[in-house]
Design a protein around this ligand. Sequence first.
Ligand code: NAD
Length: 491
Amino acid sequence: MEINDITDGTLRNYVNGEWTVIDGDDGKDVVNPATDETLAHVPFTEPDAVDEAVDVGDAAYEEWRNRAVEDRIQPVFRLKQLLEEHQDAMARVLVQEHGKNLNEARGELRRGIENVEVACGIPRLMQDGFLENAAPNIDETAVRRPLGTFAAITPFNFPGMIPLWFLPYAVATGNSFILKPSEQDPLTAQYLFHLIDEAGFPDGVLNLVHGGPDTVNALLENQSLAGASFVGSTPVARHVYETAAKTGMRVQAQGGAKNYVVVSDSADLRHAAEKTVSSSFACGGERCLANDVAVVVGDAYEPFVEEVLDVVDGQVVGYGLEPETDIGALITPDHAERVADLIEAGVEDGNELLRDGRNATVDGFEDGTFLGPTVFGEVDTDSQIGQEEIFGPVLGIARADDFDDAIETLNATDFGNAASLFTARGGEAREFRNRAEVGNIGVNVGTAAPMAFFHFGGRKDSFFGDLHAQAEDVVRFYTDETVYIERWPDQ
Ligand code: NAD
């Protein structure tokens, strides 16, 4: 399908198995950031309609939770098959609304599909414990039970993958679910729900509600919602965590990041440079796992900088649908301007500007929000570009006196999403794993992204809650453990 197959120009909600018109004056145009072409308009759902969607989810839940688990996973299997069939077409829609390149869009959908596959294993994942003779003549059984209707509120940067960190697990465990995708690029979610419509879920089990902050707040203040998953920036993650907690619902909130890479003087520097650059600049740097600052130990600094610049100079900036493009457009002109302002702040703070991406232009796409790769050297890690999430194609390189100094530098940020180490020494790898205060740790890996059968971690200001997205953690989030204690005395 193409964009005009999934919308007539104004997006609709999908509630109770139907595409419903969204009432209300508030809304936003969805714009292709590479061409400045308006692709569609997304109206924002008013609070009353949000409450209706929760009621619909609750009504569908009663029947859905009691279906045999084997029946429940059949539409999940069908969804996996449909996603495979539509992966390429969906990736093209994603590129047009987001700006990243086609391979990146395909890759994120692959990561999303992996989560659907893991959720198909729910008959095993949902099993809990049983103990005969837990007490004299008493047997005890722990069971995982669904809780009602859950919502997920997702960010713009992975519109295809992040909804699937939650959605397949929520429904496979027997809950109903509402997705509130980013209003910046909601067409991929619209596409996903066309597939969901075809997959055979009962009406009301899976719902799509478009909107902005007021829509989110209406979800969080709904007394009936069983829980909310959030992925986005740290200030909003904190707001979501606090607001949901007041209502008493379950909540998991993933926030922003500032990811450090440590390059040991023992590392293979070409490998380290290639992986660092690919992590920093893929998806235009709009990734919560992007490498933001590389801290290089001792004499490795100069040769590492040389390798990095060599790799960076081969990067092609362009339209995401053009096959040669490495770095696509940023999501909006406002965001590109914010990134450019942070580059200027980096210069004013005295960091050494080695490559400046601010004047990037792409022939034929003069209205696009393009920034080329920017590299700073001799970075003061206490300066703004050393501490603040930039979310653009900007890499900083800093010096560390020794390995210990490098670990202390990375632990000094407020964030704790990911960190990587490049080394040839097992002892350093072991120490790094033990001391880095982050949820995802890479060793000789640039982007520490866990596969779907592991949870997606995060610490400090990068995560509020305890149970994370993906795999067993999210299965626990979507289920409550009940214990049956049974005695059957002889009559
Ligand atoms: P964002 O916080 O602006 O928006 C995320 C969602 O929150 C959207 O659906 C939006 O509608 C909603 N929202 C925005 N402002 C709100 C408000 N005031 N009240 C209630 N809801 C609100 O984030 P974004 O710009 O879409 O995404 C980028 C951010 O997401 C970056 O900080 C990035 O690091 C983070 N992120 C984190 C992870 C992770 O796993 N930790 C993954 C991807 C992205």
